[in-house]
Design a protein around this ligand. Structure first.
Ligand code: C2E
Ligand code: MG
Ligand code: MG
Length: 553
């Protein structure tokens, strides 16, 4: 056997597609293992012709491979005389001259043939009900097409259960099957409806999803690892298994579906040899980013325990008489090694991992405590505004947390304001309105932060029980030089007046910003012009003075 034929031989026997080969005289000369599995006929029986069912199948195949048009559909007699509806794709292999030397037939079960015969839905795995390998590549293809049209990326996750054979050996195949069904069930809960999870074979699954950025695939991979790691109850036994996951991204890692599959397989292999129970990206760069993210998460957990978070206060100033009227509480992380880390760096990761709920509750408690403390010292009371993240706001226990913190710290609710953003309100407007109403009923103020950058849906604005609009600093930055942004700022100020809301401009950096806002009736300003966010003790001094000392012009 030459090296090439040996190679082809290996390929043919290891692929999962059922393949038969005819020579130029349309005699069957080959059937691979996958064909044997699909039909139950051994290659020897098929080529030998002794078995009547195999002989019938052979005759059908010969006829199919002689047909022109590339696709043949019909019924194949399988072992035991069972008829299976199949589709056969025929390809001619060119020989030395102008004539084909061989014909290849790729045999697969027909799309609509299975159901009547009780063989499950085409393209679906009988055991788990998930889509199977037959339609996997098609789903990947579709995702790539969608991504080419709409933009974004596609993440392909190849997932293998670690040491599944051990479970099979220890508990038996029936238990192994039940475990796979449970795993499939959990996987379904890890994806969005628009994404696909398939069972490829045995303990191997895959997910195809469209993503806006790479972090989305990390979030899902972490969700999968976490979900599968929880013990399964199989036949009264507690079974613990883990997943290894390989991730490849389109268009970064490959330009087509087969390429993407290959890179995800490579990444999976890497995940397995690197110790299992983990995910690995195909690209080193992505692995580095994912590792940084994991490190950040672990450090954040430690930071909470070690009290490395602190709250800074940025003054809000009355635009009429420069009195100090309030403060925005802004979280800071003082890492013993890295120094001060800004919220822009860690809040998004805290939001994704859920840590934001603890961090946010801590910031709220600390801000209320401190504000009440200043009042107890006899300093003139000011309102403190605390940022609330989407996840905190969505949390069922949010109102309870606010109520508890107000109760524990003894802060009068009218000195507290919560800053939320429009995007947090638009998913489920009814629910958002109910939550906001509950907050207002406590006597707490509600401000829409970064106003003008989100949906800015005016029709909803009237329905939200809010007290304040906060003009995003993007509109303030060139309010004195760009007539268009000036117009937008003026419109927002007018809108708040019309709705009887307080209006605050953030990001006021220079005297011109403040002057413009004063001229146009914006009552409160916040920004570097008056002061950067300050540690509590410095803010306390400012509070004692009652006024914000402006930097010398
Ligand atoms: P934000 O709520 O819009 O806060 C205003 C941000 O603008 C702050 O950045 C503040 O330092 C900055 N800033 C204030 N005045 C000026 C100015 O004149 N010029 C410029 N260029 N920037 C100014 P910071 O503290 O880095 O916070 C960034 C964002 O992180 C905040 O935006 C908020 O969305 C989030 N954040 C901060 N603290 C918390 C928190 O405790 N919880 C939650 N969920 N988010 C927080
Ligand atoms: Mg804010
Ligand atoms: Mg803001």
């Amino acid at each position: 056997m030459t090296e090439t034929t040996a190679l082809l031989d290996t390929v043919l026997e290891s692929i999962r597609d059922a393949v038969v080969v005819c020579d130029d005289a349309r005699r069957l000369v080959r059937a691979n293992k996958a064909f044997e599995a699909l039909t139950g006929h051994s290659a020897a029986a098929l080529l030998g012709g002794g078995d009547p069912d195999a002989a019938a199948a052979g005759a059908t195949l010969t006829a199919a491979l002689s047909s022109t048009g590339g696709l043949w559909q019909g019924t194949l007699v399988c072992a035991g005389g069972i008829g299976k509806a199949v589709e056969i794709r025929v390809a001619a292999v060119n020989g030395d001259g102008d004539f084909p030397s061989h014909y290849l037939g790729l045999v697969c079960q027909a799309r609509d043939g299975g159901r009547d015969r009780g063989e499950g839905r085409f393209g679906h795995d009988d055991l788990t009900g998930l889509p199977n390998r037959d339609i996997f590549l098609d789903r990947v293809d579709r995702a790539l097409l969608h991504c080419n049209r709409i933009g974004g990326s596609v993440a392909l996750l190849m997932m293998g259960l670690d040491r599944f054979t051990m479970v099979n050996d220890a508990l038996g195949h029936a238990a192994g099957d039940r475990l796979l069904v449970e795993v499939a069930h959990r996987l379904r809960h890890c994806i969005r409806e628009t994404d696909t999870v398939v069972r490829l074979d045995g303990d191997k699954f895959a997910m195809v999803m469209t993503i806006a950025d790479m972090d989305d695939s990390v979030i899902v991979a972490e969700k999968v690892l976490h979900s599968v790691k929880q013990p399964f109850a199989i036949d009264d036994q507690e079974v613990v298994v883990t997943f290894s996951i390989g991730i490849a991204l389109f268009p970064q890692d490959a330009g087509d579906a087969p390429g993407l599959v290959k890179q995800a397989e490579n990444a999976l292999h890497h995940a397995k040899v690197s110790g299992r129970n983990q995910y690995q990206f195909f690209s080193k760069d992505m692995n580095r980013k994912a590792k940084l993210r994991l490190d950040l998460e672990a450090r954040m957990r430690r930071a909470l325990a070690n009290h490395e978070f602190t709250v800074f206060y940025q003054p809000k100033v009355s635009n009429e008489d420069e009195r100090l009227v309030g403060a925005e509480a802004l979280v800071r992380w003082i890492d013993p090694d890295k120094g001060m880390i800004s919220p822009g760096e860690f809040i998004p990761v805290a939001e994704e991992t859920g840590l934001i709920e603890q961090i946010g509750a801590w910031v709220l408690r600390r801000s209320c405590e401190q504000t009440r403390g200043w009042q107890d010292m006899g300093l003139s009371p000011v309102k403190v505004s605390v940022n609330v993240s989407a996840r905190q706001f969505r949390s069922r226990s949010f109102i309870e947390t606010v109520t508890d913190i107000l109760g524990d710290t003894g802060l009068d609710p009218r000195w507290l304001e919560l800053e939320i953003t429009e995007s947090m309100l638009m998913n489920d407007v009814e629910l958002a309105v109910r939550k906001m109403t509950a907050i207002r009923d406590l006597g707490v103020g509600l401000s829409i932060d970064d106003f003008g950058t989100g949906y800015s849906s005016l029709s909803y604005l009237g329905r939200f029980p809010i007290t304040t609009l906060k003009i995003d600093r993007a509109f303030i930055a060139d309010v004195d030089t760009n007539p268009k942004t000036a117009e937008i700022a003026r419109a927002i100020i007018g809108l708040s007046r019309g709705l009887n809301l307080e209006v605050v401009a953030e990001g006021c950096e220079v005297a011109e910003h403040v002057a413009f806002l004063r001229t146009h009736g914006c009552s409160t300003v916040q920004g570097f012009y008056y002061s950067r966010p300050l540690p509590a003790d410095q803010f306390q001094q400012m509070l004692a003075a009652g006024r914000v000392r402006r930097p010398k012009q």
